[in-house]
Write a protein that binds this ligand. Structure first.
Ligand SMILES: *[C@@H]1O[C@H](CO)[C@@H](O)[C@H](O)[C@H]1NC(C)=O
Ligand SMILES: *[C@@H]1O[C@H](CO)[C@@H](O)[C@H](O)[C@H]1NC(C)=O
Length: 284
């Protein structure tokens, strides 16, 4: 057996061949992808720079966008939409709301038209309430397990009402992710599945890992101008946002809905946890 890094390298050299998508967003739109919040991916900061809440996220993203439009003024007149998925259910309203409140007085204006959120976590208190039934109805948990999940999510909702954000996060994390505990989550244990993005695929498909490997190739690093910068997986960013995770973004989203075009969609219909996250109908 070859050591794993060497195996990966050989795999990479054979398999990591990129090709153009037939239907890409870029065929119609100018796309700007941002490693957000700062400290994610190739973006970097020191200890004091990490976002602690969505005010920070909005401010930092806005600053990055203004710098972009300063450097590339040709794009400024274009309609501007912000989009993202999952925890970007917070980030997208955060940048939208920041633009909404700062655009009028700004020297460099953003031609802000709307937002699109996919499978977003926007209002945890309400969304948590749907988890137990959802897992039960799709057959991932039995009745006893459903009742346990319900008790835990009820507890999470109480912590949210008491503004015990970290406690609420812990309940959520133990149920779904195990990011902080370092051991498998409750749902992982009872369903036997590590992949919650598609409940028909119990384990994450290997191709989900290719992106990180591709980014580590010297020629890719060179072509995207990141030099020898470290690629961050986002875990440090997440630690700084622990107090934020269970807070709602609903008030900002409501303002955006009153003033811009807003799309909220859910990956059809298999994305189990973010289906769960998208049990937002009651909060809209
Ligand atoms: C899941 O199972 C592992 C291994 O038995 C255990 O260490 C962990 O605490 C369990 N997680 C939960 C949330 O019960
Ligand atoms: C990256 O390159 C710079 C300049 O050559 C060097 O000072 C720095 O230590 C390098 N950083 C890493 C993480 O290798």
């Amino acid at each position: 057996m070859l050591p794993v890094p060497l195996q990966q390298l050989i795999l990479l050299s054979f398999l990591l061949i990129v090709s153009e998508r037939k239907f890409a967003w870029t065929s119609k739109f100018s796309m700007l992808y941002i490693d957000n919040p700062v400290g994610t991916g190739f973006s970097f900061t020191d200890d004091t720079g990490y976002a602690l809440n969505q005010d920070d996220v909005g401010r930092d993203l806005y600053s990055a966008l203004i710098q972009f439009f300063q450097l590339f003024p040709d794009y400024q007149k274009n309609d501007f939409y912000a989009t993202g998925e999952s925890y970007a259910g917070k980030y997208v309203p955060a940048i939208g709301y920041y633009i909404h409140t700062h655009n009028a007085a700004a020297k460099i204006k953003i031609n802000f038209k709307g937002i699109a959120i996919g499978d977003g976590l926007c209002d945890p208190e309400v969304m948590l309430g749907g988890y137990a039934q959802f897992l039960y109805q799709v057959g991932l948990v039995d009745e006893k397990q459903r009742d346990y999940v319900q008790r835990q999510t009820d507890l999470g909702a109480i912590y949210i009402q008491l503004k015990k954000w970290r406690k609420a996060f812990e309940v959520f994390d133990v149920l779904l992710n195990g990011d902080e505990t370092g051991s498998p989550s409750y749902t992982q244990n009872v369903t036997g599945c590590t992949n919650y993005f598609n409940f028909l695929q119990c384990q994450e498909p290997a191709d989900q890992e290719y992106f990180g490997m591709l980014l580590s190739l010297p020629e890719v690093r060179k072509s995207i101008h990141v030099g020898n910068l470290t690629f961050h997986d986002g875990s440090v960013v997440e630690k700084h946002l622990l107090e934020d995770v269970m807070k709602t973004i609903k008030p900002w989203l409501a303002v955006l809905m009153d003033n811009y075009r807003v799309t909220i969609h859910q990956s059809p219909p298999l994305d189990s946890i973010f289906c769960l996250l998208t049990l937002f109908i009651p909060y809209l």
